[in-house]
Design a protein around this ligand. Structure first.
Ligand code: 48F
Length: 267
């Protein structure tokens, strides 16, 4: 006999157990686009405890839609190898490769989950947790005296309905801003601590389309922008005011991989 209340109990108990098991993790990844999925997958592969929060119902960010809803993405060398690790088929054309955007998102997500990434969708990160930076206690530079060590979350539905419902929190050693063009976590940090550890200290916002430049800048922009906070993918270009690049995705994937390597060196 299938009892409705049994279904309810199974859903609630299992979901709550998962949530409780992920209150204190190595890394929180904000955003489930190509950069966030890649960062999270590599960290989980290295046996780190990783939780990814995605505010939308679906994972994949801007990858689903390919270019102007033609469901294909273009990759250059470096990016296509990362996709192939997820068993995505990449077709060579000229010096570039093309892949099906739906195949990319589904297989990247499946691979990340298989490596151990815990994904929570429909959850928005609305703030960060800031504590004294014990590594830098005696540093004269004010901005290095604190560190990002977790996130404040709420149901996206609560935000959308503009309800006054208090959020909950998750602690982590590092937070990765992989929120794409918005760089929403970096914005939050600037708002709360005054500035990032970048030259300008601010989120400059992305510049207009220039695929070659955007893709070449992204690796240099990828990194730790405040103690405990890393930027990955389009968020990195948005922080540094670099160009957008449209439906070429190699930079997103390579940036995601680079952040995982930088974190693994520090963790
Ligand atoms: O936008 P998105 O795909 O960022 P990305 O991984 O890749 C960029 C490309 O898709 C494309 C491009 C390629 O050249 O330029 O645009 O850097 O994924 C970002 C994800 O973060 C989620 C958002 O819904 C999206 O799925 N997100 C944004 N803000 C928050 C968030 C937040 N505050 N909390 C949780 N998720």
């Amino acid at each position: 006999m299938i009892e409705e209340t049994k279904i309810t109990e199974l859903i609630v108990r299992n979901a709550v157990d998962d949530f409780l098991n992920n209150l204190d993790v190595d890394v929180v990844v904000a955003g489930g686009g190509p950069a966030g999925l890649t960062t999270a997958r590599y960290l989980a592969k290295a046996k780190k405890k990783v939780v990814l929060f995605e505010r939308k119902l679906s994972i994949g960010g801007g990858m689903w839609g390919g270019g102007m809803m033609f469901p294909r993405v273009v990759l250059q060398k470096g990016g296509k190898e990362i996709l192939e690790e997820c068993d995505v088929k990449c077709k060579k054309s000229g010096g570039l490769w093309v892949a099906d955007s739906i195949e990319c998102v589904t297989k990247m997500t499946a691979k990340a989950i298989d490596e151990g990434v815990k994904i929570f969708n429909l959850v928005s990160i609305e703030d960060v947790i800031i504590r004294n930076n014990e590594d830098n206690k005696n540093n004269k530079n004010r901005k290095n005296k604190t560190k990002i060590c977790g996130v404040v979350i709420n149901w996206t539905a609560v935000q959308m309905a503009n309800l006054h419902v208090d959020p909950l929190s998750v602690k982590s050693k590092f937070v990765v801003d992989a929120t794409g063009h918005e760089a929403s976590i970096s914005h939050l940090v600037v708002k709360k601590v005054g500035n990032l550890n970048t030259k300008t200290g601010d989120v400059l916002g992305e510049r207009s389309m220039w695929a070659e430049k955007g893709e070449s800048d992204i690796m240099g922009n990828t990194g730790e922008v405040y103690p405990g906070l890393f930027v990955s993918g389009m968020a990195a270009n948005a922080v540094y005011g670099s160009e957008r690049m449209g439906a070429i995705f190699g930079g997103m994937l390579m940036s995601g991989k680079k952040v995982s390597e930088l974190i693994l060196k520090k963790i």
